[in-house]
Design a protein around this ligand. Structure first.
Ligand code: ADP
Length: 591
């Protein structure tokens, strides 16, 4: 009998005893009343059993029957209680005037005994009651057999009937207890499943979740050792996740691996996708490899899987034989289901995170490389340019036209290389987040004048209002404008280039306008990407690097601004730069 069924029977018997005590009090009162009426209450024959029974009922009423009825002495206690009652009632029945009242009560006791006792104790009680009734009849001078058969038969019939009713009661109690048991078990399973899922949901990495997971599962299945193995698809093997769970604590282990194709039970469980219970781990079988190494004598192994995708396996076990059962294997199977799902997700997430980390590392190496190479190239290049400029001076310049031609080509290409190196250095600084930014109020008029001094063409400029001032880094702003104006000069040959600036709420809008070929619709976003050149041949001939606009964009962004390109009306490109207004102006606007 399961513990709950046992408890249910104990509760039923205890409540029956309580009620029987109450009824016995009523019986006692009836007999006492009868004794008073018949004037027999003063005889010792009456008051000795009366005092004895009353004392017994006082004790019985004061007793909390649940506890004694749950012990293995319960039948003996009930037998003693009923025997006391039978002896008392028999004693009353032997007093002549009380016989007619007391004897039928013995039949009642036979009925209670059927409900209260196990069959052997009930049979004993029935015999005892039969004997008591026979004895009473003899004492009353009955005619041997004839007067005895009827009462003894009646007792037998009452006993048999109540025994059947008792049996039915017991069956019902067992049935409802087992239902209760089942519901309790299901509730427990759900609670455990919930807790395992909750543990899993909190996890961010495999290293963090695995010990929690096996710990929780070991606690529920009352196992000492818990191990998770994950499948490594690259090596086609199962790998034990460290730490493993031993006696309530996580324990770091050296790498342990198991070939997926091996005959080991754990590998079989992984392959078949079905849980397995190993009752007695055999030290001599290859199939029990790994389990032996973990020092286990019994183990439950379940696959970790999501639908058909197998993620790994989980082992829980004990270093001794005999405490697990099939139910626990089912439980492990149901707990392993959400675990498989989450472990696979986390595994995928970690693989992605690792990939991102490697990519970031590679990107960083590339930035560092570009930065180092650019720095190293700059010094010799400066010296080459210096030498070429010196040789190009009239007093040193070669007289042959061909030599002059070669020298000026060399100077042009060296200049181009210098621009590329400068751009690369800026780009690598931007990538490292190492670009210095000193924001200050910069009047656009000053910035435009500076651009005019540097660039090879003479753009017109219009600023409205003329004192329009932005919050920017002066060097970065000039670099942006020079870059845009020189691009206009390069790609819109022969066109005028106009600079405009006007005020908008909280920001200034600057436009660099040309009337050249413009930029096709689909390319307007792309031109701001690195190394993007729309027409390769054109750009090559114009000495571009494809980095200029990406630098313009990054610099605008570090100053909390933005840049975009539009088409100029009637053809051409208009680059629009937006920057925050200087704080004083913003205040004036909002005031
Ligand atoms: P580059 O160093 O090649 O000039 P940029 O990043 O400055 O690199 O420009 C990217 C591409 O955008 C150029 O190769 C060119 O094709 C196009 N482009 C830039 N400015 C203009 C313009 N004003 N008109 C037409 N095309 C332009």
């Amino acid at each position: 009998m399961t513990p709950t069924t046992h408890q249910a029977m104990a509760r039923f018997r205890a409540s029956l005893l309580r009620r029987a005590s109450a009824v016995a009090w009523v019986v006692l009162i009836i007999i006492a009343a009868q004794a008073v009426r018949q004037q027999v209450f003063a005889q010792p024959d009456f008051w000795i059993p009366m005092a004895g029974l009353a004392a017994m009922l006082v004790v019985s009423t004061a007793t909390r029957w649940d506890r004694p009825m749950a012990t293995r002495y319960a039948p003996w206690i009930a037998v003693a209680w009923l025997t006391g009652l039978i002896l008392g009632i028999t004693a009353f029945a032997l007093i002549d005037p009380l016989e007619a009242t007391a004897t039928p009560i013995l039949y009642g006791i036979a009925a209670v005994s059927g409900l209260l006792l196990t069959w052997w104790a009930h049979a004993f009680m029935t015999v005892l009651i039969g004997m008591a009734i026979s004895f009473i009849a003899f004492e009353a001078g009955a005619d041997a057999i004839a007067d005895l058969v009827a009462p003894v038969l009646t007792v037998a019939v009452v006993s048999a009937a109540t025994a059947l009713v008792g049996l039915e009661f017991e069956r019902e109690a067992v049935r409802s207890a087992s239902r209760e048991n089942q519901i309790d078990q299901q509730r427990l399973d759900f609670e455990r499943l919930y807790e395992v899922s909750a543990t899993l949901a909190r996890a961010e990495s495999l290293a963090e979740i695995v010990p929690h997971l096996v710990g929780t599962i070991c606690k529920y299945l009352d196992a000492q050792v818990g191990v998770v193995l994950l499948y490594n698809p690259e090596r086609h093997r199962l790998e034990v996740m460290s730490p493993i769970w031993v006696n309530g604590y996580p324990l770091e282990t050296d790498p342990i691996v198991l070939d997926v194709a091996s005959p080991a039970i754990v590998a079989q469980v992984y392959r078949s996708g079905r849980p397995f219970f190993i009752r007695d781990i055999d030290q001599d079988t290859d199939a029990h490899v790994l389990l032996k190494e973990l020092g286990l004598r019994q183990a439950l192994v379940a696959p970790l899987k999501v639908e058909n995708l197998r993620v790994g396996a989980i082992i829980v076990g004990d270093p001794y034989v005999g405490s697990f059962n099939e139910d626990q294997l089912d439980q492990l199977g149901s707990l392993a289901a959400p675990a498989g799902l989450v472990l696979s997700q986390i595994g995928r997430y970690e693989a992605q995170a690792e990939m991102t980390r490697r990519l970031e590392e590679v990107a960083q190496m590339k930035t560092d490389f570009v930065s180092t190479v650019s720095h190293e190239l700059r010094t010799p290049l400066t010296s080459i340019i210096g030498s070429l400029d010196t040789v190009n001076r009239p007093e040193l310049a070669p007289s042959q036209a061909a030599a002059q031609q070669l020298l000026s080509t060399a100077r042009r290409q060296a200049g181009r290389l210098q621009r590329l190196i400068d751009d690369l250095l800026v780009v690598s600084r931007i990538d490292r987040g190492a670009i210095p930014v000193h924001l200050e109020p910069v009047p656009l008029k000053l910035a435009f004048e500076e651009v005019n001094r540097v660039v090879s063409i003479e753009p017109t400029f219009t600023i409205e209002p003329p004192d329009l001032t932005v919050e920017a880094d002066r060097d970065h702003l000039t670099r942006i404008l020079i870059n845009l104006v020189e691009n206009a000069a390069k790609y819109a040959v022969g066109s005028t280039v106009e600079l405009y600036a006007w005020e908008r709420p909280n920001k200034a809008v600057i436009a660099v306008v040309d009337h050249g070929p413009g930029i096709p619709d689909g390319e307007r976003e792309r031109v701001f990407e690195r190394f993007t050149q729309i027409d390769q041949s054109d750009t090559r001939s114009k000495g571009g690097t494809g980095l200029g606009l990406s630098i313009v964009k990054s610099l605008a962004e570090v100053m909390y601004g933005a840049v975009r390109v539009e088409a100029t009306e009637g053809g051409g490109a208009t680059f629009v730069v937006e920057l925050p207004l200087a704080p004083a102006l913003q205040k004036a606007q909002s005031g």
